[in-house]
Design a binder for this molecule. Sequence first.
Ligand SMILES: Nc1ncnc2c1ncn2[C@@H]1O[C@H](COP(=O)(O)OP(=O)(O)OP(=O)(O)O)[C@@H](O)[C@H]1O
Ligand SMILES: [Zn+2]
Length: 835
Amino acid sequence: MSVARVIVDVPSRETDRPFDYLIPARLEGWVEPGSRVAVPFGGRTLQGIVVATKDDAEVDRSRLKELADVLDAVPPLSAELVELGEWMSRRWLCPLTVALQAMLPAALKGKTEKYIAIARGAEWTEADRLFDGELIAALERQSPLKLSTLLRQFPDQAGAIQRLLKAGKLEELQKVEDRLSVRTVLTVFAPSPERLRAALEAIPRRAAKQRETIEYLLAHPEPIAQQQLAEAVGTTTGTIKALADKGFVELRAVTEDRDPYEGREFPASAPMKLTPAQAAAFGPIAAAVGEGRHEVFLLHGVTGSGKTEIYLQAIQRCLEQGKEAIVLVPEISLTPQMVERFKSRFGERVAVLHSRLSNGERYDEWRKIRDGRAQVAVGARSAIFAPFGRIGLIVIDEEHESSYKQEESPKYHARDVAVERARQHGAAVVLGSATPSLETYAAATIESGAPGNRDAAFRPVYVPLPERVADRPLPGVTIVDMREELKLGNRAMFSRALADALQARLDREEQAVLLLNRRGYSTFVMCRSCGYTAQCPHCDIALTYHRGSQNLRCHYCGYAEREPTECPSCQSPHIRFFGTGTQKVEEALALAFPGIRVIRMDVDTTTEKGSHEKWLTQFRERRADVLLGTQMVAKGLDFPHVTLVGVLAADSALKLPDFRAPERTFQLLTQVAGRAGRHELPGEVVIQTYEPEHPSVAMVERHDYAGFTAQELRHRRVLGYPPFGRLISLTLSHEQMPLLIALGESFAAKMREKASAAGLTGSFAGGAPHALEVLGPVPSPIPRLKDRYRFQCMVKYRGDVDAPGWVAKTLQELAETTKRSGVTVGVDVDPQMML
Ligand SMILES: Nc1ncnc2c1ncn2[C@@H]1O[C@H](COP(=O)(O)OP(=O)(O)OP(=O)(O)O)[C@@H](O)[C@H]1O
Ligand SMILES: [Zn+2]
């Protein structure tokens, strides 16, 4: 008998190591790295993942427990993914189980369920039956029975169950339950023609329908769904069941994939002839894919330069090598239009993974990948864990998107995972963007690399694509200073330039996209008389006004209160809602342009499943003049009749206390501007702002990515921010502030000790090649959430410094103190959000 090393699904630092279990004889041969198992752990049964197996010669068998069960016929993870998980847990300082669980489809994240069973040898007395007869009868019919089901049937019997448990007549069991549901279809399997003919002999003449069914099967011998067969013959499923009961045909439940794109047609598309610029960019990528060589490319192509066609042809090349490809796109741009481009080219070979699928649908798509029925996985962030075994290419579209970073643990960045996974597979990586992140751009273009940026080995090959296809020009951009508008007496939401441009579109029956940049901007409530703003009583955050329910809500803790009619502080009735919501813009459009047809896309109008698709189809079919929305209208859309893009409040996110705010603003504006004039009709862009001279706005006018980046990189270099330094942030939270400050200070002190012990004496600002600095503890930008104070420490380092290792070690040294004080510690390595 051998031993399995299991990572048990308890996400804490203390249990973050493999535990050994004996593999009982009945499970021998079923257990390998990546298997999902149920194990006894601390008196409970829990789910775990096997990370290794070993011979029991090395261990003291008498001390080990046995595995309770293996949960899948085919292990959901592979040895390669288990190793990737180990790498992630070191890279982002998270427990291994957290990394491994992130790779499983939600349907496989088992939950432990309690079951009640009749204890072995239990004997019922008259009294038992008298008091608890129904309960006992239910268990006698089906034992074990889920506790939750039992309590649903007998809502007031919790006491009785307790009593019988204590008396040893019932026992409690634990099982790991999958939420996995497969759809099965009853399918008829016909035997050989000889046997069918024999059946015909045996069935009496009066059973006409049975005979017709057999005759039908003689003519159509392939397996057929029971329902479908009944319809074809013009009978009921009863007839078929009767045949199955007599053994004339076989009836089996067959698993069927749920196809989220069922009933949709994807007209086949042939590869396009690449433009010379595309061909030049494609060359080196195709070579690496063809040779099965690991190489990372930064495909820097302006909006509408035809990057997607390059992805498609690179994937083609990859499939020709008999390998598999993963394509990541931001969740928000996983629009039907994007999916269609892949499905049209590769048809059935494409599996799509995104969060708008149901758990069941996602599980089915995932199985297509694992079982080798799909070779291309298109999906959002977590699709990077697609269970392929022979990856030849990984594409990350819009590589600068912050949604590739997961904000909860494991706080991984899909781009980094992609590079590591591709390295293991000898696969090529294509990072595509019109506005690459400064980190990637610097790594690809700065001669010496950017010191301290991720790992030194990250040196993408720079592949530019500076022009749009077919010599189409980039759209002309007009920047409107809204302060000037105000001076001239225009108090409207739309500048004259934008209003004129919109009117021209209506006259010419062209279309417009309007972006309301609302990141960091909310509809809050303020008193005009005293300046009071409505705050959450539990968090240091302004409450947001919700027009639908007419209440004020906290987006962090869910607290809600009724909309005030007077100021709670000074009783003035002049309490107003501030901030421009998309609803307000919609109303203003209707007033200014009577009869205008507007589609509004924001969180409120896109909650329903399929709503994205519905709106975009309507817009594509030109059933609306304007597509108005938040960030979600900025990306990936390619509509021939859009000739105008308008941006309201371009600068609203610039004030956020985040050093990436200018970069994000520039990216968003450039991306949305890129939606205009992508086909024959030329495009125009109008950007309204209060800060026309800010580089994030001004450089968009000239489509000057290089200029913006050069300037921004100079700032970053001075401040030692990425890509010229790396960050690890530590967030501490607790109800009592002093505990936080004390723990934060111990952390900072211990980190500084380690730095000086390693001889890091040079200062960060002084430009030392290897340096480490600890900032804080200081209150977090949101200093209180859910009644808990929040403090943070920031570790800034560059060069050859093992800061993540030191942080891990320091947290270990402080584990006792942390546990005693009850302070919650969150670590974010290479954080993307500073809030
Ligand atoms: N070789 C080609 N010949 C003709 N048309 C092409 C070619 N390549 C791409 N196109 C067309 O050019 C348009 C823009 O291409 P695509 O959407 O791939 O650009 P992109 O670089 O991905 O843009 P963005 O980053 O803005 O999403 C599309 O309508 C596409 O069909
Ligand atoms: Zn709150």
